[in-house]
Design a protein. Structure first.
Length: 137
């Protein structure tokens, strides 16, 4: 299993909306950055992803799981971009703020800090474990 972080603006698609989508999940679409799209193409069924509320909140709020690997994004008229389907796994008891992530020297290498505009990014297993501990799951 691999780990990822996916960003969404909560006024566009929130963790609560993801939860309401249930076991059938929802497409993670609308990604128009080539590096983020490449990351979507690398995702495998069963991979887990932190769900990050961007712009409003700037915090990791939950975990989702990839249940369908990449396919053409129906919202992309050009036919160049892809989507994956993810389902809700859990909401974090304590959201992890970007401010707290930046304070942890062991996480300074994360794309979330280095490439802050990237909407889909990998997370190494060591960092995943650190972030899980920070959320007190």
């Amino acid at each position: 299993m691999r780990y990822w972080l996916m960003k969404s603006e909560p006024d566009v698609w929130s963790i609560d909306q993801q939860k309401k989508a249930g076991n059938k999940g929802a497409p993670w679409d609308g990604v128009r950055n080539y590096q983020a799209a490449k990351n979507l193409k690398s995702m495998k069924k069963g991979d887990q992803c932190f769900f990050y509320h961007s712009n409003i909140g700037k915090e990791i709020v939950g975990i989702v799981e990839v249940i369908k690997e990449y396919y053409l994004d129906k919202t992309d008229q050009s036919g160049r971009f892809v989507a994956v389907t993810v389902k809700f796994l859990k909401k974090l008891n304590k959201p992890i703020t970007l401010e707290n992530i930046k304070k942890n020297k062991q996480l300074c290498h994360l794309s979330l800090i280095k490439q802050s505009r990237l909407s889909v990014m990998p997370v190494d297993s060591k960092s995943w474990k650190i972030l899980i501990k920070m959320s007190k799951i």
